[in-house]
Ligand binder design. Structure first.
Ligand code: MN3
Length: 234
């Protein structure tokens, strides 16, 4: 059970999310990149994603990507002041010696900032409206989407991500990328949903059972956020 104080804190965090994001961007301009606050508590995604995993994933893994991105771009104030989305789409313009570190850590920062936003406490209504229609016409329905997305997530060898993106032939498509890559890096579409399939995202609770993690993760997808991104095509 949440205490009244915790409920008030999480309600305040949700209400303040856009403002926090803007604040993080403003700080990025002067001091390099910063870890965004989670838009909910570490335990908000329980029982599907455990609090300990969220704490380590956000506070250690994501923080490390931020720190290493700042290190990789040290002495390059123009790059340190760009939004991370712009950085990861212009990797080819970077000095070659910085490129791999920025790809890995800029990708890590972008992907995790995105990942926190596409999850929310369980119990939502699932996809609705235009998004649901697009899922139906692209995958034959929500179950068909889940099957195809799980196949992409479990089929990714080693570490990486599975993504839902605006499609070409159909309204939506599923892709997967290795490491901390993102479809945006190679001129692809901007994802509207993604799942982290690095072992650090699920090993404490699910051990090596990646498919079980993905199955549980569907319960915490923030479909309202996905629908908003779909409406503006990413
Ligand atoms: Mn991760």
């Amino acid at each position: 059970m949440l205490t009244r104080r915790e409920m008030l804190q999480s309600a305040a965090a949700l209400a303040a999310a856009p403002a926090l994001f803007a604040t993080a961007r403003a700080q990025e301009k002067s001091n390099g990149f910063t870890l965004p606050k989670l838009p909910y508590g570490y335990d908000a995604l329980e029982p599907h994603i455990d609090a300990e995993t969220m704490k380590i994933h956000h506070g250690t893994h994501h923080q490390t990507y931020v720190n290493n991105l700042n290190k990789a771009l040290a002495g390059m104030p123009d790059w340190l002041s760009k939004p991370v989305e712009e950085v990861i789409t212009k990797l080819g313009e970077l000095p070659e010696k910085a490129r791999t570190a920025v790809r890995n850590n800029g990708g890590g920062h972008y992907n995790h900032s995105f990942f926190w936003q596409v999850m929310t406490k369980p119990g939502g209504a699932g996809p609705q409206g235009e998004l649901l229609k697009a899922i139906e016409s692209s995958f034959g329905g929500l179950d068909g989407f889940k099957t195809a997305f799980t196949t992409a997530a479990t089929g990714r060898f080693g570490s990486g991500w599975a993504w839902l993106v605006p499609g070409k032939d159909k309204p939506l498509a599923i892709v997967s990328t290795p490491n901390q890559d993102n479809p945006l890096m190679d001129g692809g579409p901007k994802p509207i949903l993604g799942v982290d399939v690095w072992e650090h995202a699920y090993y404490l609770k699910y051990r090596s059972a990646r498919a079980k993690y993905v199955e549980a993760w569907f319960n915490v997808v923030n479909w309202d956020q996905v629908a908003a991104s779909f409406a503006k095509k990413g």
